[in-house]
Structure formats: structure tokens, C-alpha cells
Design a protein around this ligand. Structure first.
Ligand SMILES: Nc1nc2c(c(=O)[nH]1)N[C@H]1C(S)=C(S)[C@@H](COP(=O)(O)O)O[C@H]1N2
Ligand SMILES: [Mo]
Length: 414
């Protein structure tokens, strides 16, 4: 099913009524609130065309690219509160290091604003600094990109470039303080052992970072483990950063150097349209001047329905039990609501507190239906500052970042 074609056809050529009729036929059920479906809005039953392949250690993940390796996870496979390694999305910009020797691996701290440059072995990092375990949400800045129109180049992530494992490691802060930071320090930059796709050794695959204030938060980590096991090779073995709530690209994998910088880091994928968005809303398809773009920091509020799987069938008298996760970048999620009538009415879900700051939160809800037919259940989270997920695609931007529109599942009642 070519989603783009359906959207285009709907935009003008085909009368609205026949569009809804065609959709009902394609779904094989009556769309109960068909008159409420916004123009160009595709019922989720048709939008789901994921074809699962498999990669070692990642059964059921959907592969978007094999060079570099990129794979995402269907929502129903993300049902665990703590994401197992086997179900965490993979986002590689280059070619991961092939032969890694954990005993000889080192992490050097340098840069213009370091007081004492130091180099640590992993053994030293483990013994010298307090070991911590934190559940931290990791989401790719491009998660949801597939829904933007005009389309943005890059991996066509749907909703599965997110997860929340428990990371095992130390505080980045402790290591930075052990070396000392000069007063003019503004940014932390990572350098890694993966190679640029071109294999040109003078180029980095990616080299990003975070402002000093984020690096010094007690949840910003240097991790060697995930869920009590050494990091899997795809996820940065033997050492990575984890900056929970920020674009996944700030969580450098295979790191061997951290620079304390006296300026905003200008490494690969820090400039231009990479991980940057317009400072103000722009028209879809617009060309945005470079000086009007800004670096993405905290990710926006978002949620998933991880049970049941989209397409579930139930009886008219049945109550549908739902559950999922919600997260809000640097903030906490304050509430989550579900709707079965395209957002006309909402029912508040039971929402748990995060196990620790910057971990996604679990929710449960119950929904019932009065008539048979095709329904959609939508979930909408609101963060602690009162900002809600939008129901439709939010602000278009050149690289298709930050799509946090409501997640929805198809439900057949009959
Ligand atoms: N060295 C290095 N670090 C990296 C990347 C990479 O390609 N190379 N990809 C980044 C991006 S864009 C994301 S979204 C996360 C993905 O982490 P994961 O593959 O462990 O899920 O890692 C980030 N860290
Ligand atoms: Mo990413």
C-alpha cells in the first residue's frame, strides 16, 4: 500500500465521500466516525505495512537499511517496561568498529576547556567512580519521520526508534569533575571508533554532544552495560554515552574521547539541517536559512500503545484493556488520555511515575464501544508543563525530526 499515493489522490482529485467509501472497502468494515476523519488522514489499519526481516539478536525488528544498519521495533514488541536488548532499535550512521578489545579500550578526556587531560581504561572507570543503574529513554530525533509530507530524506522511521533499557555505568559528571573544567566550558563532544561510510579515515561518522549543563545532570551517563549485560556491539560496545530525553544522536556509541569545549561543538552532524530544526514554524517544503535553524535539545512529549497490537478484534460488549508508555524529554509526563472517537472525547488513563527521572512511564486504560464497526484508539500524553502531543503531524522541518503526533491503533468491533 503506497501511503503517499493515497494522500496525494485525496488531495484534490477524488471527492471526499468516495475516499471514505474506498477506505471503508479497503478496511473491510464501516468507519464509524468517518465524517470526522480529517482530509488526507489515513486510517491506521492501512498505514501499517511493516515487513519484518530479521538480524542476529533482533528477532522481529523491521530493518530500514543494512548499510549502515538501521532497524526499528513495532509498538507491540515494546510492551516491556524495561526494553530488552533484543528489542531496542538500532541507529548507525557509519560502520561500527569490528575488533573491539575491552581490556585495551581507553576513554580520553580533553578539549580546550579541560583542566587536566586524562585517559582511563574501562577497568579504571569501573573502580574509580560510583557505579549506577538507570532506566533512560533513548529516542532517535527522526522517529516518526515517515509521516512528514513533503517527505524528508533519511531513515523512514515510523514509531519504533525508541526504547528504555536500564543502563549500567557511571555519571559523566564524575569523570568531567575528576579532570576539571575551566570556566569557559560550554559543550561536551564525543568521538567514537566507528568509521564513516566512505571508509575515509579523516571523516567521522558522527560526533555530537550536549551543553555542559546537560552533561552535569546526575542522569547523564557513561555506560558499559545494558540490563546487566555488556553493551551489545550494535549499541556501542564497550562504552557509550547515554543522555536520556535528548535526541538519541547525543548518546555517542563506541566512544573513545570526550572533549570539553569552549564553544558549541561543531563536529559531524552538529550543523546544517542535521539534528537541527527551524526556530519558528515554517511552511511544509520551505527552504530555511541556516541562521534560522537551532539544535534539537529535549525531545517532545510522546506515547505509545503497546498492547493490544493494532488490528485487534473484539465484541461489542467487551471492554478493551490497553497499556503503553509515555515520555517527555527532560520533563515528566503528567497525564495520558485515550479516545475512541477521533479525539471528540477522552478518557484519562492510569499513569505511573517513572522508575527514575528520564525513564518512560507506564499507563493502563479501559475503553468500550457502543456499536460494531472500525474504530481507532488514540493515546495522547501531556507533559508537566501542560504541553500535549498534537493529534496531527506537528511542524514540518527539513529533515523530518520531532514528530510526536498521537499514536493510534485500529480496533474492529463486531
Ligand atoms: N558513534 C556513534 N554513536 C551514535 C550513532 C552512530 O552512528 N555512531 N548513532 C546515534 C543515533 S542517531 C542514535 S538515535 C543512537 C541510537 O542508539 P542505538 O543504536 O543504541 O539504539 O545512537 C547515537 N550514537
Ligand atoms: Mo538518531
Amino acid at each position: 500500500m503506497n501511503i503517499e499515493k493515497i494522500k496525494l489522490r485525496d488531495e484534490g482529485k477524488v471527492a471526499r465521500r468516495s475516499f471514505v467509501k474506498a477506505l471503508s472497502t479497503a478496511i473491510g468494515a464501516n468507519i464509524v466516525f468517518a465524517n470526522l476523519v480529517p482530509k488526507g488522514f489515513l486510517p491506521v489499519a492501512l498505514a501499517q505495512t511493516a515487513e519484518p526481516f530479521s538480524i542476529p539478536g533482533k528477532p522481529g525488528l523491521t530493518i530500514l537499511n543494512d548499510r549502515p544498519v538501521n532497524a526499528e521495533t513495532s509498538a507491540h514488541l515494546l510492551n516491556d517496561a524495561i526494553t530488552p536488548a533484543s528489542r531496542l532499535f538500532v541507529r548507525n550512521n557509519g560502520l561500527p568498529p569490528e575488533k573491539v578489545d575491552i581490556d585495551s579500550w581507553t576513554l580520553s578526556i580533553g578539549g580546550e576547556s579541560v583542566v587536566n587531560s586524562k585517559t582511563y581504561s574501562i577497568k579504571e572507570l569501573k573502580s574509580k567512580f560510583e557505579n549506577i543503574d538507570l532506566a533512560l529513554t533513548l529516542e532517535c530525533g527522526g522517529n516518526g519521520r515517515a509521516e512528514f509530507y513533503p517527505p524528508a530524506s533519511g531513515n523512514q522511521w515510523t514509531t519504533g526508534a525508541v526504547g528504555c533499557p536500564v543502563w549500567n555505568g557511571i555519571r559523566l559528571k564524575d569523570v568531567l569533575e575528576d579532570c576539571g573544567m575551566k570556566d569557559d566550558a560550554v559543550y561536551i563532544a564525543y568521538h567514537s571508533a566507528d568509521r564513516h561510510l566512505s571508509q575515509d579515515s579523516t571523516k567521522d561518522a558522527i560526533s555530537r554532544g550536549v551543553p555542559v549543563w546537560k552533561a552535569l545532570e546526575k542522569e547523564s551517563m557513561i555506560a558499559w552495560g545494558m540490563n546487566g549485560e555488556p553493551l551489545p556491539s550494535h549499541h556501542g560496545y564497550p562504552l557509550r554515552l547515554v543522555c536520556g530525553g535528548w535526541p538519541g544522536s547525543t548518546s555517542g556509541k563506541w566512544i573513545n574521547k570526550i572533549d570539553i569545549r569552549n564553544q558549541v561543538h561543531d563536529g559531524t552532524k552538529m550543523t546544517g539541517t542535521a539534528y537541527r530544526v527551524p526556530k519558528y514554524p515554517v511552511k511544509a517544503g520551505a527552504t530555511v536559512p541556516d541562521e534560522d535553524m537551532e539544535i534539537i535539545e529535549s525531545m517532545p512529549v510522546k506515547s505509545l500503545i503497546t498492547y493490544p497490537q493494532s488490528g485487534v478484534e473484539i465484541g461489542v460488549k467487551d471492554t478493551l484493556k490497553l497499556n503503553g508508555h509515555a515520555w517527555a524529554g527532560d520533563l515528566e509526563v503528567a497525564s495520558l488520555s485515550v479516545s475512541n472517537d477521533f479525539g471528540q472525547t477522552w478518557v484519562e488513563a492510569n499513569l505511573k511515575k517513572p522508575v527514575n527521572r528520564l525513564a518512560w512511564q507506564q499507563w493502563t486504560a479501559e475503553v468500550s464501544f457502543s456499536k460494531k464497526g472500525y474504530y481507532e484508539v488514540w493515546a495522547r500524553a501531556v507533559d508537566s508543563e501542560g504541553t500535549s502531543q498534537p493529534m496531527l503531524i506537528p511542524g514540518w522541518n527539513p529533515k523530518g525530526y520531532l514528530n510526536n503526533s498521537c499514536y493510534r491503533i485500529a480496533v474492529y468491533v463486531g
